[in-house]
Ligand binder design. Structure first.
Ligand code: 5AD
Ligand code: SF4
Length: 424
């Protein structure tokens, strides 16, 4: 999401006559895009800003944008006086105007008060940096207020983009030669078309039917809002990838209630059952938080058993970290760091075993792989299957296939996190 925000900001500024340079030293204006989802994000940002002090010389200007900017606000000016602009993502639409004020010599310019906006940040001038995958934001902000999460406070109110505007961007992207599109939102399942024309599943299907589009992904889903018609759309439209990322966070209904996730273990497993019953084999991945305040060893064990039941193809697991302004901040962060680390390791070890078996099932099969590039030694081509599994493969010709091209690959070896084979 942040990478795509940067693409949009860069495109907007290029439109204003700015040009991107290769190094911080060469820049007259530096925009530092920040994330505050986990850990001590703000400390890292202040640390980095400290390094920028050395770069701060006459004429050079600094801006901090993104979630740490929104969260820390004017405190950033106090700690790093050479910063002239602080803006959160809900204010990006106003960046040209804000930067113009910086250029005019203002020193404490802010874009921090737009979180209640109904507007989305749309631009046709996105500077797409990824050679094989194009991102499209369909919904911004989040109204879910999960107890541990900073996003509703940093990115603001949920607002969706019109389906026609999304489809227009998809057609434009396809016209540029992109064949893979990823639809983005903090919670794409709560997409509400302001023009009332399309549900999320209908929009997904419509993007999958845009001529030239071969792969459509979406990120990220929320179990509370995940509907069965999404699975039906995946079954019906071949361009929709057979992969769903459905963050569970915990396998314990009590912990889920504490997290304000608004679903139970059974509710989650029902959605998994829809996917398992689909005609296509849908790969499922998830996010997990271990060591949420008050999580007992038994409750943690329920997350481990959930992995056994679902048989995920990928699990992104994080130790709970308290975030500013969030409801869980008042809960006692009761689980010692060492215990959190232990739980994380147990979870990752179990998932490694599950994934080994899951990945071994591909041995001998032939998969369609979209090429992303080569490995660093340039011995192998690297890419991904429709299920989002990394595939490394040998190539019989001297010139590597182009990023974004599709190759058929016979799988001859498997690893816990990737597949390997040869082009056929
Ligand atoms: N502590 C740990 N993990 C978190 N995540 C979000 N907030 C926190 C937090 N305070 C994780 C969730 C989410 C992913 C993007 O980051 O698992 O799905
Ligand atoms: Fe955060 Fe919950 Fe919104 Fe996801 S759904 S962005 S975890 S508040």
């Amino acid at each position: 999401m942040n990478a795509h925000d940067s693409e949009k900001v860069i495109g907007t500024l290029e439109r204003q006559g700015y040009a991107q340079v290769d190094s911080e030293e060469a820049a007259d204006l530096l925009l530092y895009n920040t994330c505050s989802i986990r850990d001590k994000a703000e400390q890292k940002v202040f640390h980095r800003l400290n390094d920028y002090k050395k770069l701060a010389k006459a004429g050079k200007r600094f801006a901090v944008i993104g979630c740490v900017a929104q969260q820390e606000g004017e405190k950033i000016f106090d700690r790093a006086p050479y910063v002239s602009l602080v803006a959160g993502s809900a204010s990006y639409r106003r960046l040209p105007e804000l930067i113009a004020r910086v250029e005019a010599g203002e020193t404490r310019v802010t874009g921090l008060d737009d979180r209640q906006t109904e507007e989305t940040f749309e631009t046709e001038f996105t500077a797409r940096k990824n050679p094989y995958r194009a991102y499209i934001t369909i919904i911004e902000g989040c109204d879910k207020f999960c107890a541990y999460c900073v996003v509703p406070y940093t990115r603001g109110k949920e607002r969706s983009r019109g389906s026609e505007s999304v489809l227009e961007e998809a057609r434009r992207i396809a016209g540029m030669g992109y064949t893979e599109i990823q639809l983005l939102g903090q919670n794409v399942n709560s997409y509400r078309d302001p023009t009332g024309k399309k549900s999320f599943a209908e929009l997904l299907a419509a993007v999958g039917e845009v001529p030239g589009v071969r792969r459509v992904r979406f990120m990220t889903s929320h179990p509370r809002d995940f509907t069965r018609d999404i699975v039906e759309a995946i079954d019906a439209v071949p361009a929709l990838c057979d992969h769903v990322h459905l963050p569970v966070q915990s396998g314990s209904t009590r912990v889920l209630r504490q997290m304000a996730r608004e679903y139970t273990r059974d509710w989650y497993l029902e959605r998994i059952a829809w996917m398992k019953a689909a005609k296509r084999e849908i790969s499922i991945s998830t996010d997990v938080i271990v060591g949420f305040p008050g999580e007992t060893p038994e409750e943690f064990e329920q997350t481990v058993t959930l992995l056994d039941v679902v048989q995920y193809d990928a699990v992104f697991a994080f130790k709970y970290s308290p975030r500013p302004n969030t409801p869980s901040l008042v809960m006692i962060d009761s689980i010692p760091e060492a215990e959190k680390s232990k739980r994380l390791q147990i979870l990752l070890d179990r998932q490694k075993e599950i994934q080994k078996v899951n990945y071994e099932r591909h041995l001998g099969s032939t998969l369609e792989v979209m090429v992303e590039g080569t490995n660093t030694a340039r011995e192998q081509v690297v890419g991904r299957s429709s299920q989002n599994k990394p595939v490394n493969f040998t190539w019989p010709h001297p010139i590597a296939p182009a990023p974004g091209s599709y190759q058929r690959v016979k799988i001859t070896r498997t690893f816990p996190n990737s597949l390997a084979g040869e082009a056929v």
